[in-house]
Ligand binder design. Structure first.
Ligand code: CP
Length: 379
């Protein structure tokens, strides 16, 4: 059972990075998500937030996270609405805090994906949160309108927590000492954000995992995230090391998470090009990213590399979509097709936990009574 005070501390909380959560809050959220998953499996309805609006704005494409947002909101009795960020007045220069106030005055929760430009997504979310908070305070409106990070430039917290839930299910004896290889992998499709590997680095060592991060030279991640990974390892009893060889990361790993991201210098060049609205420069940089990626086509998770892992049979993970034939061989993906789907399915419960935890006082007791009603009615 979740310690009640930790669950209550989630009230009103917008966890815009997993590092915004203390250990008790993180544990409470993961347990809440597991509880929502069990209730859902048992067919127990959880309409705890009926007639409320769950509004989400996406400044980038999404398949899984959009549907997880809609699925989570619906399971809680909320009405989910998802809009394309480029269709809002942000595209015409409306500030993040203004946008937050305007959207927050009508909504009961806000989801945001803003992951493409380093240094912009997370600050945007914090400004939206500030705008909503200021509006609610100044109008003496008691609603709690949490901002949920559906992927920014720094972290993809709903993904990292979904990954943690999947690992907790697969390794019920605990994650302490679990060897996880998080590796760059080749992609010809687009320069992918850095936030998934950064999110894993910040979360998994904190949960006790021994994380080896591998990437070719020039694909480093944000210093602040690497520092958080080391701090988390010390606090959580895990470890965090960085190597420049995929083989070295895979050696004896229990779990492998091979996934592409863009080269650091070019990703930072995008900041200026985007700020100046220089579409041509953005296209040139994207092309240069893919040319750089093409120097490392041998960074693929294939049968030979899986053969290097513990027992030659590590669990393969990916946030999806994966570039099959480039990031991962068709055979490895086929073998783990259901595993990655089950991994993806955890996100709906993480979002339920974030929404419900931030909005519902006495949540543990409310969930207890829902479980009891079902138990009594089936006697
Ligand atoms: N993993 C993930 O976030 O998927 P989407 O981009 O499809 O939402």
């Amino acid at each position: 059972m979740t310690p009640a005070n930790a669950t209550e501390r989630l009230l009103g909380k917008s966890a815009l990075l997993t590092t915004d959560l203390d250990d008790g809050e993180l544990d409470a959220l993961l347990r809440l998500a597991e509880r929502f998953a069990r209730l859902d499996r048992a067919g127990i309805k959880t309409p705890l937030l009926e007639c409320e609006l769950a509004y989400a704005v996406f400044f980038d494409n999404s398949t899984r996270t959009k549907s997880a947002w809609a699925g989570a909101a619906s399971r809680l009795g909320m009405r989910p609405v998802i809009v394309d960020g480029s269709s809002t007045q942000v595209a015409h220069g409306e500030t993040a805090s203004e946008t937050g106030a305007m959207l927050g005055m009508n909504a009961h929760a806000m989801g945001i994906r803003h992951d493409l430009i380093l240094g912009e997504g997370n600050p945007f979310m914090r400004e939206v949160e500030r705008g909503i908070g200021d509006y609610l305070r100044e109008t003496e409106d008691p609603r709690k309108v949490p901002v949920i990070n559906l992927q920014c430039d720094v972290d993809h917290p709903t993904q990292a927590m979904a990954d943690a839930l999947w690992l907790r299910e697969r390794y019920p004896d605990g994650l302490q000492g679990l060897k996880v290889a998080v590796s760059w992998a080749y992609s010809p499709s687009y320069a992918k954000p850095l936030s998934v590997p950064q999110g894993l680095a910040m979360l998994l060592p904190r949960l006790g995992c021994d994380v080896r991060l591998a990437h070719p030279p020039g694909y480093q991640l944000m210093d602040s995230c690497m520092q958080a990974a080391r701090t988390g390892a010390t606090a959580g009893g895990g470890s965090f090391t960085v190597v420049d060889s995929m083989d070295e990361a895979f050696a004896d790993a229990d779990v492998v998470y091979p996934k592409s991201w863009g080269p650091w210098d070019l990703m930072t060049q995008r900041v200026k090009a985007n700020r100046e609205g220089d579409a041509m420069a953005m296209q040139d940089i994207e092309r240069a990213c893919l040319q750089r990626n093409a120097q490392h086509t041998d960074w693929i998770c294939d049968e030979r590399r899986i053969g290097l892992t513990a027992g030659g049979d590590a669990l393969y993970m990916h946030c999806l979509p994966a570039d099959i034939g480039d990031e991962v061989s068709p055979g490895v993906m086929a073998r783990h097709r259901l595993n990655v789907a089950r991994e993806a399915n955890k996100k709906v419960y993480v979002i339920m936990a974030l929404l419900a935890g931030a909005k519902i006082p006495g949540l543990d007791a409310r969930l207890d009574s829902l479980s009891n009603v079902r138990t009594e009615s089936t006697r």
